[in-house]
Design a protein around this ligand. Sequence first.
Ligand code: FES
Ligand code: FES
Length: 166
Amino acid sequence: MSVGERRYTIALEVNGVRREGTVTARTSLVDFLREELRLTGTHVGCEHGICGACSVLLDGEPVRSCLLFAVQADGHSVTTVEGLANPDGSLSVLQDSFCETHGLQCGYCTSGILIAAHALLARNPRPSEDEIRHAIGGNLCRCTGYQQIVEAVELAAGRMSGEEAG
Ligand code: FES
Ligand code: FES
């Protein structure tokens, strides 16, 4: 049996739940999430680390899941866009802010941008516009022109700190 055919058992925490699976050495993390765990909110775009559509949190840090092998996530914690919702399934403040400011059109980039914005707000609750643009700089959007996305993150930051953004 070649290395490519051999299957490995992995165990990781995904959105707070322990999950197991068997993967080949070359199975990407995004393929594992989408095809094995059916978490299809994480999108596949370029598969080359350029577009950011496949972004997830690995131990709290945004990563490109198309550039990671699933075996590299063994023993780690992964958060996908499905894990950003409130426990009752309702939209988080950040997600709701994207709806309110029309921060998405086709939505293909949206899960990745939500991941990047969530990570930003976790480490910097009141980011400047420049900091927001820098944080989402690795996530390509072909529809919105980015302005409403920035407004969504500003609105969420204001709401989460108890004040509405202007
Ligand atoms: S699909 Fe991973 S960066 Fe584009
Ligand atoms: S909303 Fe279409 S790519 Fe961003």
